[in-house]
Design a protein around this ligand. Structure first.
Ligand SMILES: [Zn+2]
Ligand SMILES: [Zn+2]
Length: 378
């Protein structure tokens, strides 16, 4: 690697080293550590983190539930901050060079190769085997690669995007926004559709917002707890149902009441339990569409009846894995546009410092907070 010390850039000598909050190994508590400043390779940058987030994936990472994750790990895959040092050239998608001080976010997916069979033939770049994800498949050994830190090292080839929105507004969407955007794209919602969302976490709330923007006349949401259902209604859900107080039959009856007895035109599963996938199939009308998003970690196997739940229904069931630059880019544009940003500006966010990351994980796991942010300056 071509080394280049930050002090060679003529920056004021730093007396404090970067701090990271790291998961040392699966099922261990998060620890705050000091790490040295990186050497900047050509066409790379150092980001001073303003905000990062704690999402359901981070809870799964702490429990060791994702494969191919190198520990110790610094979580935080979607973050926003200011470019504090650039070596060489970093340009945006329009070819404009970034400069130090710019407020940016970056696509957490790095090194999608655009040369393999999945990239070039299947055109399914989220299945590229060479892709690496900041805060998930890059560990501490790869450098400052997670957002739960004062600094992130943006390696050469990282796709940065300038952000006009306030950092908090952008983070209200966070990683959930591109995920939801991809899900809604896979759902191919048509004008006037009734869309059912199973799950009311951050991805669910963002999916409600984007389903409405995509032309859904009514969005129904089944989830919990009540505070999240209230957020779902504020996001534009026509009606919500609490999963904790309604059994499977009650949920089915409720969906049928709202859909003239047919089921939803499109159902998007963002619940993260295997049973929800079968219910998504059963709650969807014949010849409708189901998008499975909430199974990013392995929630186990589930039985379904291929005759009555799938074939006889003439149903289309689609998986939806990760997100690519286009989803991320369009998400940033949506939250940067004043007319559409207001709903994200109004979202309920709870900030935690690096030393409070364990508390943040616990509150995300229990659903006590809608969205937890990591603010390394706290
Ligand atoms: Zn590839
Ligand atoms: Zn996430």
């Amino acid at each position: 690697m071509v080394g280049f010390k930050l002090r060679n850039l003529g920056l004021p000598l730093r007396t404090t080293m970067p701090l990271v909050a790291t998961i040392p190994e699966p099922n261990a508590n998060v620890e705050v550590r000091e790490v040295p400043f990186p050497d900047l390779e050509l066409n790379s940058a150092l980001l001073e983190v303003e905000l990062s987030e704690v999402c359901g994936t981070d809870v799964h990472l702490q429990r060791g539930l994702l494969q191919g994750v190198p520990y110790p790990l610094v979580p935080g895959h979607v973050s926003i901050g200011r470019l504090s040092a650039i070596r060489g050239l970093m340009v945006d998608v329009n070819g404009r060079p970034f400069k130090e001080g710019d407020l940016v976010t970056y696509l957490d997916v790095h090194r999608t190769c655009n040369a393999c069979w999945y990239c070039l033939v299947a055109k399914a770049s989220t299945r590229c085997p060479y892709r690496k994800v900041y805060g998930i498949t890059y560990g501490l050994a790869d450098g400052l690669c997670g957002g739960w830190a004062t600094h992130v090292y943006l390696k050469p080839g990282t796709h940065c995007i300038g952000v006009d929105a306030r950092p908090k507004t952008f983070m209200a969407g966070g990683c959930a926004l591109p995920t939801a955007l991809h899900a809604v794209e896979r759902g191919e919602i048509r004008l006037g559709d009734t869309v059912l969302i199973l799950g009311s976490g951050p991805v669910g709330i963002n999916t409600i917002l984007l389903a409405r923007m995509s032309g859904a006349l009514r969005v129904l949401c089944i989830g919990a707890p009540e505070a999240r259902l209230e957020a779902a209604r504020q996001a534009g859900a026509y009606a919500t149902l609490n999963i904790e107080t309604n059994d499977e039959q009650a949920r089915m009856d409720w969906v049928m009441q709202h859909t003239s007895g047919r089921g939803a035109d499109v159902t998007i599963e963002v619940a993260g339990v295997a049973e929800a996938v079968v219910q998504a199939m059963q709650f969807t009308r014949d010849a409708g569409r189901v998008v499975v998003v909430g199974q990013y970690t392995d929630h186990g196997a589930i039985e379904f009846n291929p005759h009555s739940d799938l074939n006889k229904k003439h149903l289309e069931v689609r998986g939806c894995w990760g997100s690519d630059y286009s989803h991320f880019y369009r998400g940033v544009q949506i939250v940067s546009e004043p007319a559409t940003a207001t709903v994200w500006e109004a979202m309920d966010l709870t900030s935690f410092g690096l030393a409070e990351a364990n508390e943040a994980l616990a509150k995300v796991a229990s659903g006590e907070v809608l969205k937890a942010l990591i603010d390394p300056k706290r």
